[in-house]
Design a protein around this ligand. Sequence first.
Ligand SMILES: [Zn+2]
Length: 117
Amino acid sequence: MIPQGYELSLCGLCREPILWTVTDAGRRLAVNPKPAPTGNTACYRVGPRAWKSRALHGVEALPRQPWEDVFMPHVATCARANPVPAELPAVMPSNVVRLDLARQRRAVKGACRDATR
Ligand SMILES: [Zn+2]
């Protein structure tokens, strides 16, 4: 089953269309609106504008049922939830200092200092 346009919302981060579903645990889960064979979430309509979803990858998860379609959770593909990290050049110019390494060292020192208190 494919959601109708009126059932879709827009992602608050990337503004792409999403379908809100409710999981077996009662939590809201946004999925991409088109069924995706690579997805891991089975969804089915339970009423007007109401969709249920369940994970297919758990140990006790049942296989996909005939009334379900497989969707991809939106958080897995959301461009804003998964920003692409900027690639650093392999060799930095001589006048550039890698602050991220210094910050990591400082964080480790801080953790050690906190542990000895
Ligand atoms: Zn998004």
